[in-house]
Structures are given as structure tokens and as C-alpha cells.
Design a protein around this ligand. Structure first.
Ligand code: HDD
Length: 749
């Protein structure tokens, strides 16, 4: 079995997981971690995780205070006040006698409680739920012919911070809801920060930013009872998108498998808008940004997503951090679709300023320009993930905006929202937001000013500070606004006629799907509309579907028990774009989870061989047994009580566990099956769910009995083999396809 990882990464994974598996490792039964002493006297803290500090500033906005710019760690032995005075007691407030009232003079009490009272800041009005990681971007140099942006130069490495998010839910909502995902990247380039504030879908609900409050008010919970949380399956959402039909293309993406990604590591990212790139000679090109995940685009099934919302609402966070900390660093290629910068700003008849439209990759291939690797988890979630602030106006020389009306409005909204969220105009001084390029602005004062600016003349022109700072020219790589000609036109509140087509690309997407993906889309619409209370809203959305495709409309109408409406517009003639489908390609299975079920008789040597083979394939093996601790010396990572199928990408059966005393009542052994022995029902549930979710299943030895009893033996993607390594080999090949697609019913051709 070939590993697709560099040797070092595999070594990291092996060492990391070997640590976890070693019986002497922290957390292993019977072994107190040597460094975890009882907290009675000061002693050295646990070793910090490898340095994961926020990006260091090279120029603390001009200040030379001598003080380190960042990091206050909870590493010292003695507790102090915020002002550094050592404290004798933080467990009792200062009272007039042990039974008396608290004294107002208790400054430590007041400092502690006041600070606590103000620990929360407003959550983001959208994209509140998210997670993030640090990494490195390396340019290939292929974009040099169209842009002067230095970070895209060949071999140039740039630090990055990425924040992934859902859109609609609150900060504590579940990760796996059906929603669009945010994919915002901060490139700390030498020439100024570049924020690529992208989503995992290439189109948007609206064409004009002035409609953003409308679509978000419709998608957020109902104002009267504040339900549902993090869902589009409700009346106000479908009311809006069925009336505001330019949303239909984006909702089609939401209803597809793209709305429930398997992992942030397996999502594409899209800049959505068309941007303008400018080279050293001032020549321009129009571009669309794409992130292509090395692991391929991979989604959950709807049932998995629903189960995970209860079993592990932090599934995507956990997945990202576990993968990075195991050394299975997530990777994406940044690619560009490039278009000539013509006065019409169209390509193949598609208006490049319309954010509800894609340009199919078959017409304009995505050309790779660099590689992103996420290799460092945050040290402090609030400091980094919560306080990171993106803004589309953070542009380095060589990248400029276009007149896309959604992009234009976003240029206002992002700074504006940070003023409230982060409490003032100095949010770029927060460590995670600090540019790595030298900063020499004339912005002064304001809430939370951290810089101690020297000089007396923050104005231009001046003579008192030697005339500094001077504007830079081309030779100094200054940002230049491309002098795009603004046509003579009346001042209007209107959209161009080319924005009127709302259905053709929703149809293009639908026609590009494989039968199984179409089936999922039908089920998603049927579920979501089935959750609406108002019949009129369901009927109106069915009318939209009729204008997209009659088969789609008829299937959803059947599910809802409603009549099928006739289209009110001619169906668009469109060529499908195979690049939009997730089915039919093979991908590396790096960082995926393989559950291995063992019983009291499983052979430790045989299981060990399989575990090591899983590691060297770049995946993570987790042993599942009836109880925690060890089974014949093998450390157990999951028990039948803590394991659920949704955590695993594949399951291997190395045993047929008998019912444990704490198991639910066992189902009767299936009559007529070759191995009708009593079996733990939780193992049968695990196998049945893996099967239903089209995951690869492998068994050998006693494990094959489970397949028979679960009634899945001999079905597609269920492998029996003479040995563990053989079973794993077959399962690994199946995992490259992401799912055993044949298992899904596909009644929609
Ligand atoms: Fe936005 C956050 C992506 C349209 C206003 N947006 C936000 C985030 C992402 C996007 C990924 C989370 C950033 C983070 O992790 O901190 N937004 C998009 C995309 C859009 C889009 C891809 C369309 C192509 N957004 C959009 C419009 C407006 C906003 C039209 C307003 C007119 N977005 C915001 C915001 C947020 C935000 C209110 C909330 C928190 C923040 O900015 O920092 O300003």
C-alpha cells in the first residue's frame, strides 16, 4: 500500500499515535503521567505545546517600547493581580468576619469579577461558529505573468491564518448542520495583509450587498421564538429564497452534498467574486480564486450529519485539530480562473460581475498558483480564532477589486462590523491581525491603542518629522488602484439586465450531478420544505424547481404530496460541468479514521500489524472494545459506549464481541445465518450504520460473523479476507473513492 505523504509527516503520525497507544503513555490505564503532579506547591508547569504563538509582529505599529509585543502565558508559579502584585488568596472574598458581608474595598474581588463580567464579546452576526489554524502558503510563480503580488512568486513562503465557519448558527451551534461554510484566509504578506474571505460554494444568494440583511434575517432563527438554530429548514428562509429567485442557484448548492462537508479538510473554497490582477507593467486580468483540497471534496451523508450534531457537535473542529496535531497537515492548492479584462467584463456570455454565476471549469480551467499547508493549531481560541478580523479591503499590490455590487458592499461591511465586535478601530493591532509587513500609518489613538507612537507629526505634509512618512511609488511597490474607466451612466438603484437570469445555472448544477448526488438533492429539498409550516411557501418553491428541472420538481413534489407545477419559463439549454460532481474520482485517505473492533479473543500480534499498516497509510486506527483499559495488552481507544459509527471512515472487524453485561438487550441472532451467535447489539448497530452511510467494512477471522449477523455480508464494499492486512488493503482502496457509492439508492437518473 503506497502512502501519499512525505516520509516526515508519516513519521509524525506514527510517533503521535504510537505515543497514544503506548501502555505507558499519559492517559493509559494504570499509568500516571510522570509530569502531572498534584497541584499543592509551585512546580514547573506541563511543557507547553510546541510554540504556537500568534504571528509575531515585526513592527509594532512604529512603537519602540522595549516590551515584548505579545503573549502573556499562564506559566509562572505565583498568581498576581492584573498589575503584577502577588496574591495570597483568590478563593475567599474580603469580608467583615468569616460570616460577614463583602467589603467594597476588595479590589482583587472587583477586578476578578469585573473582568469576568466582560469576557464575552459580541459573536459575529454571521459565521459566528468557526475554528482556525495557522499555516504556510508557498507560491509556484505561475501567477507572475498576471500579477505583481510578491507572495505568489516562485518558492515564496508566507505565513497564513485560516478561519473556517458555518454561516447561520450561533457560536455554540453544531458543526455539521446543512449550511454554507466560510473559508477565510489571512496571508501575512511582506507587502501587506491579503484577506481572501471565501466560502465553500462559488455563488451567493444575492447580487447586491444591500440585500445581505434580508437574506440573513430570513435564514437566522424566527424572531419570535428564536428557533431553529443553525438551520435553513424553516419558513422564513424558504419564504425569502422562493420570492428572491436569484438565491436559487446558491440554495441548490446548499441542498447538495456540498452543504454537509465531511471535514474542513475536504472542502473546496471559492472567492466567489471576480477580482482584478495587475502586473508590473500595469496590464490587468480578471480572475476567480479557487482552493482545491488535496484530499478531494468529500461530504457527510445527511443521517451522519444529523447524528453528529448530537453525538459530537464539535466534529469539524476536532477533526481539524486532530489531523494537524497528528501531523496529517491539511493542504489545498490555490488556483485561478483567468479571463481577459475586457470592457464588457464577461466570459463565454457569463457576466463576471454577477456573484450568482460560475464559469464552468471546462470553459476556464483552474490554474494552480500555490499551495497552502495548515500545520499549527491555535494556542488560545479566543485570542486567535475569535479575534481574527477579515476585510476584503486588505489587498496587497497586484490584486484589486471589481465592480461586482456584492463585493463593493462587502468592502464597507467588514471593517464596520469589527468596530463593534472588537471594540474600536485598533483591531489590526491584535496579535492575530497584525500585519507582518512594516506598518507606518498615520492612524492614532482610539480605544485599545497598543502602540506608543513616537514623533509629533502624524500628518502630511510635515517638516517636523523630517517629512515622514512619504508616499511610495511603483519602484517601492506601492498599491495602485487600477484606473478602471467608469462609464458615463445615470445614478440609479438598478441591476444590469444580465443579472435577470436566475435559473439557468441552478439547472447546470443539477444536470452536472451523478444519480446518487441528485437523489441526495431531492431528499434535502423534501426534508427542508417538509419542515415549513406554510403550504404556500412549499408551493412557491416547487414553482422555482419547475423552472430548474421537471424531474427534480416532480420528485420533491411527490415527497411533499403536492401537485407538480408547470414551468413558467422555458428550461435553459445548458451543458453540464462534470467538475462539479464529487463522485467518480480517487483521493488520498490521509488522516481518516479507521475503527477496529476487537473482542476478548482477538490476537494482539495480528491487530498490531493492522494498526501499523493503518498508520503507514497515513490514517488513524482506533481500537474499539467492550470496555476501556486494555484487552489482552492492547490499549483500547473507544468502547461500545463511546464509539458511534459516524466517527469512522471505515470499520474493520477483528472479532465478534459477545453481549456485554451493560449492553442493551441483544437482538435475536438472525435465523439461518451461518454464525448465529449472540453478539453485542452496539457492534451490530455500528456495522449497520457504516453500511447505511456507504462506508467500507472489512472483516477477518471471527469478525466475519458480525457481517453475517448484521445482514451485510457479500454486499458492495463489504470485504472479508484471510488476514487483517488483506482486509485493510481492500478497505483502503475503497476509501479512495470516499464512499461505496453503489450502496445508495439512486432513483433519479
Ligand atoms: Fe461575509 C463574515 C464570506 C457576503 C458581511 N463573510 C464572513 C466570513 C466569511 C464570509 C467567510 C467569516 C469571516 C471570519 O471567519 O471571521 N461573505 C462571505 C462571502 C460572501 C459574503 C463569500 C459573498 C460572496 N458578507 C457578505 C455580504 C456582507 C457580508 C454581502 C454585507 C453586506 N460577512 C459580513 C460581516 C462579517 C462576515 C457582517 C461577520 C463577521 C465579520 O464580517 O467579520 O461583515
Amino acid at each position: 500500500m503506497e502512502s501519499s505523504k512525505p516520509a516526515q509527516v508519516v513519521k509524525n503520525v506514527v510517533e503521535k499515535v504510537a505515543d497514544v497507544l503506548s501502555p505507558a503513555a499519559p492517559g493509559a490505564p494504570g499509568s500516571a503521567p510522570p509530569s502531572l503532579k498534584e497541584p499543592t506547591t509551585p512546580h514547573d508547569p506541563l511543557p507547553p505545546k510546541k510554540e504556537q504563538g500568534a504571528p509575531e509582529t515585526r513592527t509594532p505599529t512604529g512603537a519602540k517600547t522595549g516590551a515584548p509585543a505579545t503573549s502573556k502565558g499562564q506559566q509562572g508559579a505565583y498568581l498576581t493581580t492584573a498589575n503584577g502584585a502577588r496574591l495570597r488568596d483568590t478563593d475567599h472574598s474580603l469580608k467583615a468576619g468569616p460570616r460577614g458581608p463583602i467589603l467594597l474595598q476588595d479590589h482583587h474581588f472587583r477586578e476578578k469579577i469585573t473582568h469576568f463580567d466582560h469576557e464575552r464579546i459580541p459573536e459575529r452576526v454571521v459565521h459566528a461558529r468557526g475554528t482556525g489554524a495557522h499555516g504556510v502558503f508557498e507560491g509556484y510563480g505561475t501567477a507572475e505573468k498576471i500579477t505583481r503580488a510578491g507572495f505568489l512568486g516562485k518558492g515564496k513562503q508566507t505565513d497564513v491564518f485560516v478561519r473556517f465557519s458555518t454561516v447561520l448558527g450561533s457560536r455554540g451551534s453544531a458543526d455539521t448542520v446543512r449550511d454554507t461554510r466560510g473559508f477565510a484566509t489571512k496571508f501575512y504578506t511582506d507587502e501587506g495583509t491579503f484577506d481572501l474571505v471565501a466560502n465553500n460554494m462559488p455563488v451567493f444568494f444575492i447580487q447586491d450587498a444591500i440585500k445581505f440583511p434580508d437574506v440573513i434575517h430570513a435564514g437566522k432563527p424566527h424572531p419570535d421564538r428564536e428557533i431553529p438554530q443553525a438551520q435553513s429548514a424553516h419558513d422564513t428562509f424558504w419564504d425569502f429564497v422562493s420570492l428572491h429567485t436569484e438565491a436559487q442557484h446558491h440554495t441548490m448548492w446548499n441542498m447538495s452534498d456540498r452543504g454537509i462537508p465531511r471535514s474542513y479538510r475536504t472542502m473546496e473554497g471559492f472567492g466567489v467574486h471576480t477580482f482584478r490582477m495587475v502586473d508590473a507593467a500595469g496590464e490587468t486580468a480578471l480572475v476567480k480564486f479557487h482552493w482545491k483540497p488535496k484530499l478531494g471534496v468529500h461530504s457527510l451523508t445527511w443521517e451522519e450529519a444529523q447524528l453528529l450534531s448530537g453525538i459530537d457537535p464539535d466534529f469539524h473542529r476536532r477533526d481539524l485539530y486532530d489531523a494537524i496535531e497528528a501531523g496529517a497537515y491539511p493542504e489545498w492548492e490555490l488556483g485561478l480562473q483567468v479571463f481577459p479584462d475586457t470592457p464588457e467584463e464577461t466570459f463565454a456570455g457569463i457576466d463576471l460581475l454577477d456573484p450568482t454565476k460560475i464559469v464552468p471549469e471546462e470553459l476556464a480551467p483552474v490554474q494552480p498558483v500555490g499551495r497552502l499547508v495548515l500545520n499549527r493549531t491555535p494556542t488560545n481560541f479566543f485570542a486567535e480564532v475569535e479575534q481574527v478580523a477579515f476585510h476584503l479591503g486588505h489587498l496587497p499590490p497586484g490584486i484589486d477589486v471589481t465592480n461586482d455590487p456584492l463585493l463593493q458592499g462587502r468592502l464597507f461591511s467588514y471593517v464596520d462590523t469589527q468596530l463593534t465586535r472588537l471594540g474600536g478601530p485598533n483591531f489590526t493591532q491584535i496579535p492575530v491581525n497584525r500585519p507582518h509587513a512594516p506598518v507606518n500609518d498615520m492612524l492614532r489613538d482610539g480605544f485599545h491603542q497598543h502602540a506608543v507612537h513616537a514623533g509629533v507629526a502624524p500628518y502630511r505634509p510635515n517638516s517636523l518629522d523630517g517629512g515622514n512618512p512619504f508616499p511610495a511609488g511603483d519602484a517601492e511597490h506601492a498599491f495602485v488602484d487600477v484606473p478602471v474607466v467608469v462609464t458615463e451612466a445615470p445614478k440609479v438603484r438598478a441591476s444590469p439586465a444580465s443579472f435577470d437570469d436566475h435559473f439557468s445555472q441552478a439547472r447546470l448544477f443539477w444536470l452536472s450531478m451523478s444519480p446518487v448526488e441528485k437523489e441526495h438533492i431531492v431528499r434535502a429539498y423534501t426534508f427542508e420544505l417538509g419542515k415549513c409550516y406554510h403550504q404556500a411557501i412549499r408551493e412557491r418553491q416547487l414553482q422555482c424547481l419547475a423552472n430548474i428541472d421537471p424531474v427534480l420538481c416532480a420528485q420533491v413534489a411527490t415527497g411533499l404530496g403536492l401537485p407538480v407545477p408547470e414551468p413558467t419559463l422555458p428550461l435553459a439549454e445548458v451543458a453540464p460541468s462534470p467538475a462539479l460532481s464529487q463522485v467518480g474520482r480517487e483521493w488520498p485517505a490521509d488522516g481518516r479514521m479507521v475503527g477496529i473492533v476487537i473482542d476478548a479473543d482477538s490476537d494482539p500480534d495480528g491487530v498490531g500489524v493492522v494498526q501499523r499498516a493503518v498508520f503507514s497509510a497515513g490514517m488513524v486506527p482506533l481500537l474499539i472494545a467492550a470496555h476501556g483499559g486494555t484487552v489482552r495488552g492492547m490499549p483500547v481507544q473507544r468502547t461500545f459506549a463511546t464509539a458511534r459509527s459516524v466517527e469512522f471512515d471505515a470499520v474493520l472487524l477483528a472479532g465478534a464481541p459477545a453481549p456485554a453485561p451493560d449492553a442493551l438487550p441483544a437482538r435475536d441472532a438472525k435465523a439461518g445465518t451461518p454464525d448465529a451467535v449472540p453478539m453485542d447489539p452496539r457492534v451490530l448497530l455500528l456495522v449497520e450504520e457504516c453500511w447505511r452511510h456507504a462506508k467500507a467494512i472489512g472483516a477477518w477471522g471471527a469478525g466475519t460473523a458480525v457481517l453475517h449477523q448484521a445482514g451485510v455480508a457479500g454486499t458492495p464494499g463489504v470485504v472479508t479476507a484471510d488476514s487483517g492486512p488483506e482486509a485493510l488493503d481492500a478497505v483502503h482502496r475503497l476509501m479512495a473513492l470516499h464512499r461505496v457509492w453503489d450502496r445508495f439508492p439512486a432513483s433519479v437518473a
